[in-house]
Write a protein that binds this ligand. Structure first.
Ligand SMILES: [Zn+2]
Length: 290
């Protein structure tokens, strides 16, 4: 028998009192589960309702063949397939239901920012046929701030239900970290970054927010160094470099950097930073060889 236990710090799935699985801190557990599912089923990452229906069609078409989407694995002692990831993504991407947030004074739909309510949790429960009840850890103050548990869980839907219930009841919102792309719970929708370590190589020792700050500094510094070496090419080489050649290189280089900068100002994602760093480092290497 498996039991979901959320206390005010951690989330665990306990197995017959014989140990179990740690899912992380309360604020990270939801996103951690999703990240594990995404690792297992990469084709279902960021799945949209359109991708979801396509998956269903392929399910029927390939019903006689072995379909990777049908692959079932055991995770935290629960049976699991890509289906769960499709389903939770469908819920998370239902942006029409989610709140409007103010960005630079302009009200707009908050993509990947979910102001979860108890109604949303109830809809989740009904849609997924969940009949089990959450049980408060603290019977004197049933505000679930001290945590909750669900006994005898048998599916991922119940796992998500327990977490969503806890978040909604305690006024926590769900946000997708703009740097590492993993979801986290927070009391303020203005928070952009989670309390996890960055996934960018060389920056893994820093929390997402600090990593973003350092990466901005590093890329700006590298850009400046390269830019200066382009301008100073004449004095550095014995060969004569034409002015218009330098001018073109300067423009091309700046244009490429600006493209990355625009992307990063929109979302300071680990992926774009990693790409940008590779571009800058390769460029520097190439210049040294000249
Ligand atoms: Zn993060």
């Amino acid at each position: 028998m498996l039991q979901l236990v959320i206390d005010d710090e951690n989330v665990k799935v306990i197995k017959d009192d014989l140990g179990g699985y740690k899912l992380g801190t309360v604020k990270n557990a939801f996103g951690n589960i999703l990240a594990v599912l995404e690792q297992q089923f990469p084709f279902a990452v960021n799945s949209t309702p359109k991708a979801y229906s396509k998956y269903f069609i392929s399910r029927f078409k390939n019903s006689l063949e072995t379909n990777t989407a049908e692959k079932e694995i055991l995770l935290y002692g629960l049976k699991c397939s890509a289906y769960y990831l499709f389903d939770i993504n469908l819920f998370l991407s239902d942006s029409d239901r989610w709140c409007y947030i103010s960005k630079r004074g302009i009200k707009q739909k908050g993509e990947y920012k979910i102001n979860l309510t108890m109604q949303d949790v109830e809809i989740w429960r009904v849609h997924h046929n969940i009949t089990k009840a959450v049980i408060p850890v603290d019977w004197n103050n049933v505000d679930y701030a001290k945590g909750l548990r669900i006994d005898n869980i048998t599916s991922f839907y119940e796992l998500f239900y327990g977490l969503l219930y806890y978040y909604a009841f305690n006024g926590l919102k769900l946000v997708k970290c703009e740097h590492c792309g993993r979801w986290f719970a927070t009391d303020n929708l203005k928070n952009k970054y989670c309390h996890r370590k960055s996934v960018v190589k060389g920056y893994e020792h820093l929390m997402c927010e600090q990593a973003v700050r350092n990466l901005y500094q590093q890329t700006t510094r590298k850009r400046k160094i390269i830019y200066n070496s382009i301008i100073n090419q004449v004095s550095n080489t014995k060969f004569y470099v034409e002015d218009d050649v330098i001018e073109k290189e300067k423009t091309d280089f700046s244009k490429k950097c600006d493209e990355y900068k625009i992307k990063l100002d929109k979302t300071a994602s680990a992926e774009v930073f990693a790409e940008y760093l590779i571009f800058l480092n390769n460029y520097k290497q190439e210049m040294k060889r000249m």
